[in-house]
Design a protein around this ligand. Structure first.
Ligand code: NAI
Ligand code: SOE
Length: 381
């Protein structure tokens, strides 16, 4: 059977993660990669065994053999690349956050609908097996009415003023950094698991480092620890290191979360806690195979991922037996598998986040910005 030909755009952290996850699918082939320069693209091509490389992604969009593209570039390039890709009839899997603004995201969704292509926004973190177990428990009524949600996405990789990445620059990242980069994952997950939508919010943002020392050389995501202090120059900072948001969900549920890139010791601590009228559940990305279940009248439990013991609707998100861990890379495979199934068979269900979810995410980010600027609650339509 002919495999779907796909291309990866961007040769950094996510370029590698996407390429490896695509290669776990039997029906897809990575035929080309586009990088910022010829050198970056060909070095990536050599390392990953991709024969065709280019410094101009547009070349790949013009190739009728390439059916889909993965956009793994800094945020500011999502909109222009995705727009040209859908207009060229390519199916698009784009990294989060979708764009720099809500207006761009809406335009992109409209363009993708018009072109009739399959579109996916990579909120991969939804697809850890135990996150799907929480969702299945809620759908089965096991949690009861959702009353309270809380949690955090906490990291420490931007703790020092010598830590640098393109995300720090609003022109490349968008105006919200901690919220756009990782708060976006938390908000997507809480809405996906509870089935409720954030209906109003009140945000407080903080930039601890008003200036940072920018390195004179390029730094890949999470790679800053290898630089020496004398390689930097001091620049003003206009994106937040930390944010806290009070939220209302649906009619009655209440909650709050923080997103921070300066929380000492936290690496990728996405923690989500959901308290229902019957049960509470808590999950932490740093211990992904465990799910805490809180009970009022009997001892609390920690259950360990085991597809044989998971609820039916969550089971297909776990590929390995209990005791064999499934993590970050596996969650990507789950998203990509469903995205390509939809390309192969247009009647397949949409079991992955789409540009609609991306638009929702950008709306929430715009509301967070509005709330922080005015210092009060705002409604989310
Ligand atoms: P990175 O800095 O490691 O990689 C970005 C790459 O894009 C670099 O290789 C850069 O050279 C390349 N690039 C820049 N301009 C280009 C152009 N015109 N053509 C082709 N390539 C170009 O950044 P990272 O961490 O890989 O992030 C990329 C995107 O993925 C971001 O939108 C980020 O928010 C998202 N992301 C999502 C994650 C998830 O779990 N879903 C995890 C990490 C990042
Ligand atoms: C950096 O903060 C980052 O790589 C984010 O961009 C991802 O979305 C998150 O999953 C891990 O951290």
């Amino acid at each position: 059977m002919a495999r779907i030909k796909t291309a990866v755009i961007g040769t950094g952290f996510m370029g590698r993660v996407h390429t490896e996850a695509i290669r776990r699918l039997p029906n897809v082939e990575v035929v080309a990669v586009a990088g910022l320069t010829e050198e970056l693209a060909s070095s990536f091509g050599r390392q990953m065994g991709i024969p065709r490389t280019t410094a101009d992604y547009r070349e790949l969009l013009q190739d009728p053999e390439i059916q889909a593209v993965h956009i793994c570039t800094p945020n500011a390039l999502h909109y222009p690349i995705a727009k040209q890709a859908v207009e060229a009839g390519k199916h698009v899997l784009c990294e989060k956050p979708m764009t720099l603004s809500l207006a761009e995201a809406k335009e992109l969704l409209e363009a993708a609908r018009k072109a009739g292509v399959v579109h996916c926004l990579n909120h991969n973190l939804r697809y850890y097996p135990m996150v799907q177990q929480m969702r299945a428990m809620r759908e089965a009524g096991e949690l009861g009415e959702i009353l309270v949600v809380q949690g955090t996405y906490s990291q420490d990789w931007l703790l020092y003023d010598t830590d640098w990445n393109w995300r720090i620059v609003s022109k490349e990242n968008g105006p919200l950094r901690a919220m756009g980069d990782i708060g976006s994952h938390w908000m997507d997950m809480v809405q996906h698991v509870t089935g409720l939508r954030i209906s109003s919010l009140c945000a407080d943002l903080m930039t601890f480092h008003k200036t940072r020392k920018r390195p004179k050389v390029d730094v890949e995501t999470f790679a800053g620890k290898t630089l020496r202090p004398e390689d930097y120059e001091e620049v003003p900072i206009d994106t937040e290191d930390y944010g806290a948001v009070l939220i209302r969900l649906g009619e009655r549920a209440r909650g709050c979360f923080t997103a921070s890139q300066v929380n000492t010791g936290c690496k990728n601590r996405l923690q989500i806690e959901i308290y229902g009228s019957k049960l509470g559940v808590m999950w932490n990305q740093e211990r992904p195979d465990e799910l805490w279940i809180g009970q009022r009248n009997s001892p609390n439990q920690i259950i360990v991922k085991d597809p044989a013991l998971m609820l039916e609707t969550a089971r297909s998100f776990a590929d390995l037996p209990g005791g064999h861990g499934e993590g970050y890379d596996d969650a990507h495979k789950q998203v990509f598998r469903r995205f390509y199934r939809k390309i192969e068979d247009p009647s397949a269900p949409v079991e992955f986040p789409t540009f609609e979810d991306g638009v929702r995410g950008m709306l929430l980010l715009e509301k967070i910005l509005e709330s922080a600027r005015k210092g009060g609650w705002v409604d989310v339509e």
